[in-house]
Ligand binder design. Structure first.
Ligand SMILES: C/C(=C\C(=O)SCCNC(=O)CCNC(=O)[C@H](O)C(C)(C)COP(=O)(O)OP(=O)(O)OC[C@H]1O[C@@H](n2cnc3c(N)ncnc32)[C@H](O)[C@@H]1OP(=O)(O)O)CC(=O)O
Length: 265
């Protein structure tokens, strides 16, 4: 794996990839360099079929303070085409994270502001500290929650997004759980233990079936059940049950034994 200056990417022998945002002195705010490195890291993870899922985390007190505001300010020196290129990179980052072939788990402690709400929304599952603080703070500083909006609307609905995007109110991890942005929240002191529980639980599942489920659910979420999507749902289930992992999972259940992909006790 590549060395990054704003990130740490670890993979372990179980097939768990952990991607740490690593600018703790800037509360992991992302600038052009970090966005570029995130894109690179996500492409590496996407290309590695041996990885079972990705955990996205932030080093230090906060998960991520969104876009680096000093970098945003300096963009006034750039022409429109350069600003558009930056925005395109940010859009590419969100899209890559959302469409990553393997499942993603975000772990949020401290603050998740602006674009960090987008990162959280792009992950399949997000957990966090009850004391965490979220905000779609863009309008408070004269910006717009633009690139992240579709993902946030998909995660918490249009009505709640309108409220938080227009008010820039802060909301807690507990509230984020009520909204559906977090799957669960825990007292900060218990978060690490809970992350391990989530990882252990995901490791019980068939890697291939999780990838297929994710791809399918993305299609379903994008609208009504079209003929093409219906055919896809049918061909996925028809294919997966005769696949190696499908057959192994069925056999393991019927034989009351762990399946090949589950760690032996
Ligand atoms: C992606 C898109 C838009 C965006 O993301 S816009 C950015 C939205 N982000 C914010 O509004 C966060 C602003 N920061 C804060 O509100 C707070 O810093 C915090 C994250 C709640 C943490 O508060 P805390 O009290 O713990 O820390 P300090 O405020 O004292 O910060 C220490 C230090 O860090 C600097 N800093 C904080 N956030 C940023 C940032 N985002 N960029 C650059 N620098 C940041 C802060 O200024 C302090 O600096 P000092 O020099 O140490 O004073 C577009 C789209 O949505 O599409």
């Amino acid at each position: 794996m590549t060395d990054f200056s704003t990130l740490q990417l670890h993979t372990d022998p179980r097939g768990v990839a952990t991607l740490w945002l690593n600018r703790p002195d800037k509360h992991n705010a992302f600038n052009a360099e970090m966005i570029e490195e995130l894109i690179q890291a996500l492409r590496q993870v996407a290309a590695d079929d041996s990885l079972r899922f990705l955990v996205l985390r932030g080093q230090g007190r906060h998960f991520c303070a969104g876009a680096d505001l000093a970098w945003m300010q300096a963009s006034a020196q750039l022409d429109y085409a350069s600003n558009l290129r930056d925005a395109h990179q940010l859009g590419e980052l969100m899209s890559l994270l959302y469409h990553l072939p393997c499942p993603t788990l975000a772990v949020v402690q401290g603050a998740a502001f602006g674009g960090a709400v987008g990162l959280t929304a792009c992950c399949d599952i997000a957990i966090g500290a009850s004391e965490a603080s979220f905000s779609l703070s863009e309008v408070r500083i004269g910006l717009v929650p633009a690139v992240i909006s579709p993902y946030v609307v998909q995660a918490i609905g249009e009505r709640a997004t309108r409220r938080y995007a227009l008010s820039a109110e802060r909301f807690s991890g507990e509230r984020a759980r009520e909204l559906g942005l977090l799957a669960e929240c825990y007292p900060a002191a218990e978060l690490e233990g809970e992350v391990e529980q989530w990882i252990a639980n995901l490791l019980l599942n068939s890697p291939q079936a999780m990838r297929e489920s994710k791809a399918l659910l993305h299609g379903v979420g994008s609208g009504v059940l079209s003929d093409a999507l219906r055919q896809r749902t049918e061909s996925v289930i028809a294919g997966i049950r005769v696949s190696e992992e499908g057959q192994e999972g069925l056999a393991a259940f019927l034989q009351k034994r762990p399946s090949a992909w589950q760690a032996q006790p």
